[in-house]
Design a protein around this ligand. Structure first.
Ligand code: ATP
Ligand code: MG
Length: 347
């Protein structure tokens, strides 16, 4: 095990995080790293999959060996076989000398197959065979080569959907996802944002000999923005603002960033002022919460259901039953029909 990678309160080696969500990821990494199991890392773009792969390698018994990465999505289909398995001189036009592929170059270490779902299906068949037999030939080669690698793969697609859409062969999926490891998007671990932001700012201050700081507005925006581009977007945002700032980093909403400028933060609705007195019945409390959330979401039922974490159907069923009760009460007498919930909403 490599002594340079340690777990502390700010993360595992270079992989930072202090939230329970990331701590679970660290625990999984530590458990699988020393094994020879093939790991399939999933997660949105920019969430840190490559860093996770590096951590697995550094914590493995192969840490002294090479970590060789290949991005299966960025190599033309016609070249991918040669890139993976290498080729012998003269095996195709332009092969003026022989070349070792990543399978050979990663010998004794880890092969990181990034964006594996982007590999052409016929190459996936070939890859599976090599992974299962542990043997392959260079393109145009006659000598069988034995593999000695540990494979870590990654994709930002949903693996099950990729199989259903015929982007990933099911048998290869089973072979690769012996140990699936999901890196959650940053919006599901917003508690990590200040740590990451401070880390990126400190690195920039160190590199530039400065002592710049975040403004309060910046700190607030960091907390509430949803980071569709995940940690990569956070890192880039800090860097952009760092360049523009003299001393205090401001969020510049007018930056013409082509992809995702920092739009005004999409706030999660936080229904305020709901008071449920002790002694309330559960169904009464639930009804108050539903009605106050519906009002907060301006009658938008889909959004209300999302905020409440229930299905739209459940919400409709509840609202219908309240309507039935209301109709029932208005038949019985006006005094009850005028009652209000504890949140001040008419019943
Ligand atoms: N937990 C983290 N701690 C520190 N830096 C991080 C963390 N997660 C991601 N980063 C940084 O964010 C950037 C994006 O991370 P990475 O390249 O690992 O993402 P990815 O999931 O592989 O993205 P893609 O799917 O686009 O390839 C990198 O600069 C990386 O160093
Ligand atoms: Mg990546």
């Amino acid at each position: 095990m490599d002594a340079t990678i340690t777990l502390n309160e700010s993360g595992l080696g270079n992989l930072l995080g202090c939230t329970p969500t990331m701590k679970q990821v660290f625990a999984l990494i530590q458990r699988v790293a020393p094994t020879e199991a093939t790991v399939m890392i999933t997660g949105e773009s920019g969430s840190g999959k490559e860093l996770v792969a590096e951590c697995i390698h550094m914590l493995s018994h192969r840490a002294q060996g090479p970590l060789v990465a290949i991005n299966c999505g960025s190599i033309p289909a016609s070249l991918i076989e040669a890139e993976l398995f290498g080729y012998e001189k003269g095996s195709f036009t332009g092969a003026s000398r022989s070349h070792a592929g990543v399978f050979e170059r990663a010998t004794g270490g880890t092969l990181f197959l990034d964006e594996v779902t982007e590999m052409p299906l016929d190459m996936q068949t070939r890859l599976l065979r090599v992974l299962e037999t542990g043997r392959f030939y260079r393109v145009g080669g006659t000598q069988e080569i034995k593999t000695d690698i540990r494979v870590v793969a990654a994709t930002n697609r949903n693996v099950t959907e990729a199989v259903a859409n015929r982007q990933l062969r099911e048998d290869l999926m089973y072979r690769l996802a012996v140990f699936p490891l999901h890196v959650p998007p940053l919006r599901e671990r917003v508690g990590d944002v200040p740590l990451l932001a401070q880390h990126f700012l400190a690195a920039l201050n160190r590199a530039n000999g400065t002592q710049k700081q975040f403004s309060l507005t910046f700190a607030e925006a960091l907390r509430t923005y949803r980071w569709p581009g995940n940690v990569r977007e956070l890192k880039n945002t800090v860097e952009r603002s760092f360049i523009l700032a003299d001393d205090i980093l401001e969020i510049d909403l007018n930056l013409s960033v082509p992809t995702r400028a920092l739009e005004p933060v999409e706030q999660q609705p936080q229904p305020a002022g709901l008071h449920v007195p002790l002694g309330s019945r559960l169904d009464e409390a639930e009804r108050s919460l539903i009605e106050v959330t519906l009002e907060y979401c301006e009658g938008d039922k889909r959004r209300t259901a999302a905020v409440l974490g229930c299905s739209l159907k459940t919400l409709y069923n509840k609202l219908n039953s309240y309507a039935r009760e209301r109709a029932e009460r208005s038949r019985i007498g006006p005094s009850v029909a005028g009652a209000h919930t504890s949140a001040g909403l008419p019943l």
